[in-house]
Design a protein around this ligand. Structure first.
Ligand code: ZN
Length: 223
């Protein structure tokens, strides 16, 4: 993990959360408004019938990419109260980025012109918890996931925060954002041109709220 990519990550998050100039059509605002409806238990009426399906058969135009954990309690369309065709969703346990995930993001950006990616961790993430508690690399393919989460766990332990699990969840989201940028020249270029934003966020299952992950360099200077 390069320090430069973490700096890039901080800039992205700052841009995405500080910008209100285009709030009326800002996809992030649209997502957060949907999350407010979800929290309030007042979902919007959605067209999910034949008419909408026929529209989507002619082509999809999702307004945001959400890359979240596969955890059954974190379905993006529900927690952001969105309908058919609104979100381009990518999920895996622990929301860790590999070439297939990054390729999916590149597809959505290049072919569907989606302007926003939200990387969404969540409270009590089982994949992060399993990495935190593992005494050795898990057998089977799950080890590929814990390998990706491990740097966040190491970082969280160093922080000596009381809630190590939540610290690791947030570090893992930040790492994923950084890795997506570091491993994709296509995404780097679009971000530098101001055509694509990446936001790190966490879903809290007790409140139902999605909150931005606090930004800031996590690697001590000189590392
Ligand atoms: Zn999870």
């Amino acid at each position: 993990m390069k320090i430069i990519s973490k700096s890039i990550y901080v800039i992205f998050v700052s841009i995405a959360f500080a910008s209100s100039a285009f709030a009326a059509v800002n996809p992030l605002e649209r997502l957060l408004a949907g999350n407010k409806r979800f929290v309030a238990g007042a979902p919007a009426r959605k067209e999910i019938g034949e008419k909408r399906r026929r529209e989507l058969a002619r082509g999809q135009h999702p307004f945001a990419i959400v890359f979240s954990c596969s955890d059954s309690s974190v379905p993006p369309e529900m927690i952001f109260d969105q309908g058919l065709g609104d979100l381009f969703v990518i999920r895996d346990a622990g929301n860790v980025a590999d070439p297939v995930v990054i390729g999916s993001i590149e597809y959505a950006v290049e072919h569907l012109h989606v302007p926003l990616l939200v990387v969404l961790g969540h409270s009590g993430c089982g994949a992060v918890k399993a990495t935190l508690e593992a005494r050795k690399r898990p057998a089977g393919n799950f080890g590929s996931i814990t390998d990706e989460i491990l740097p966040a766990v190491v970082e969280a332990r160093k922080s000596h925060k009381k809630d190590i699990l939540n610290e690791a969840v947030q570090d893992n989201v930040k790492n994923t954002c950084s890795e997506i940028v570091r491993r994709s020249r296509i995404i780097q270029e679009l971000v530098s041109k101001g055509r694509f934003s990446i936001v790190a966020a966490e879903y809290y299952s007790d409140t139902g709220k999605v909150e931005p992950v606090p930004s800031g360099p996590r690697v001590p200077p000189g590392k």
